[in-house]
Design a protein around this ligand. Structure first.
Ligand code: IMP
Length: 195
């Protein structure tokens, strides 16, 4: 029987990405699949802390091995903000337009525009914790370019590329993204455990 592992999310896009990369090696269950309909708290002040909170919640309430992710945009000139607060930078909701407007306003007049996206994945396995990380470095543009993707994609220009994330296709972004890199590290580890 194939091993089962919970991914503490109901985000269809993230689930499909991980399932495709594991290619039938491990069955990935969503929060819906295990009947978890709680809004799991994410109140830590680091990406690591939030990923651990989510994975730990499932492990302790359901007794299942689990992993969870948390991502954010860290801007050097803003001391790493919005960071762990990326989703709720401007408002209480996930208002991407307002978040971008606030970021561009904070960056007005800043000479240094270096930034990175970072993803942390925490895996709780047999009571032990493993963390995996992925990042992509780049620059914050002075205005929005492109309309693909989500979040801060229209203002993030990855190093070595002439297009923002929002001007890239899904395939182009996934080849270099922070999330894809963290997922790849997790998948390498999980595949290495196979008998
Ligand atoms: P999450 O942990 O994947 O839900 O990401 C938290 C927040 O970080 C999102 O709501 C976005 O504001 C931002 N973010 C994370 N990954 C990306 C990305 O790939 N592009 C743009 N924004 C992102």
């Amino acid at each position: 029987m194939r091993r089962k592992l919970v991914f503490a999310t109901n985000n269809a896009h993230k689930l499909a990405e991980v399932r495709a990369m594991l290619d039938g090696v491990i069955d990935i269950l969503s929060l819906d699949d295990i009947g978890c309909h709680t809004d799991i708290p994410e109140t830590a002040d680091t990406l690591e802390g939030n990923a651990l909170m989510k994975a730990g919640y499932v492990a302790s309430h359901y007794g299942l091995d689990c992993f969870a992710d948390d991502s954010g945009l860290e801007v050097e000139a803003l001391g790493g903000a919005p960071g762990v607060h990326s989703a709720r930078y401007a408002t209480d909701g996930h208002d991407h337009r307002a978040n971008i407007a606030k970021l561009l306003a904070e960056m007005r007049g800043q000479a240094g525009r270096r930034a990175r996206f970072r993803t942390v994945i925490a895996l709780m396995e047999g009571g032990r914790v493993h963390c995996f990380e992925g990042e992509v470095t780049g620059q914050i543009t002075t205005e929005e370019h492109g309309c693909n993707g989500f979040g801060y994609d229209p203002v993030f220009l990855p190093d070595g590329h002439a297009k923002t994330f929002a001007e890239m296709s899904d395939g182009e972004k996934n080849a270099i993204s922070h999330r894809a890199r963290a997922v790849a590290a997790l998948v390498d580890y999980l595949k290495s455990l196979r008998p």
